[in-house]
Design a protein around this ligand. Structure first.
Ligand code: IMP
Ligand code: MG
Length: 185
């Protein structure tokens, strides 16, 4: 069994992703090189871990990392919009940090608008920025400011480079679109 038979097309190649990661890391270095606060990459689980790993290796300033898991409760098939923290960072108080939330994809914006507010107002971060590798603007329900963005993509469900369908395909090194029959299995 291989993944390749399930992929209809490659949307973003490994090389294109590597280029975007380098560009974003340089942009972040410019933004943070003069700050006297520490940088914390706060990575959302699980989808953003591959992106985090590549990004942090390209960021040439001191930085810490931590992880956060957010759940959005659904009632039936409709998202209720009720969001909570399933697991948070080690520290409750982030006032000594410039926090960069690392996200795989910005879709409706419901999770991120809650999370950015939580990091700023409940965890008291010195500053909060959002870094999302992919952005699907057509799907937005809540306005969210993206400070660092990899690719704007059409309204298609993508997998790979950390992104999953039913917990699969996260370990593909590129990003692709699944064949329709995969959803109907
Ligand atoms: P939202 O912005 O609150 O709708 O949530 C974004 C989350 O939905 C992401 O972190 C992903 O876990 C998931 N997601 C949205 N679009 C896709 C996609 O195309 N492929 C895989 N996961 C997606
Ligand atoms: Mg995710």
């Amino acid at each position: 069994m291989t993944y390749e038979n399930d992929i209809a097309k490659v949307l973003v190649s490994e090389e294109e992703i590597a280029g975007a990661v380098k560009r974003i890391a340089k942009q972040m270095e410019e933004d943070f090189k003069c700050s006297d606060k520490k940088v914390l990459f706060l990575c959302t689980l699980k989808g953003a871990v591959v992106f985090l790993a590549d990004l942090m290796k390209n960021f040439n300033l001191p930085a810490e990392i931590d992880f956060i898991k957010v759940s959005s409760y659904a009632s039936g098939t409709e998202s209720s919009g009720i969001i909570s923290l399933k697991s948070g960072p080690d520290l409750n108080d982030l006032s000594e940090y410039n926090v960069v939330v690392i996200e795989d994809i910005l879709d409706t914006g419901n999770t991120l608008s809650w999370l950015l507010n939580h990091v700023k107002n409940t965890m008291n971060a010195h500053s909060v920025k959002l870094c999302a590798l992919f952005n699907k603007p057509d799907r937005r329900q809540k306005e969210v400011k993206i400070d660092y963005q990899g690719f704007i993509i059409p309204d298609e469900f993508i997998v790979g480079y950390g992104l999953d369908y039913d917990e699969m395909y996260r370990n593909l090194p590129y990003v692709g679109v699944l064949k329709p029959e995969v959803y109907n299995k």
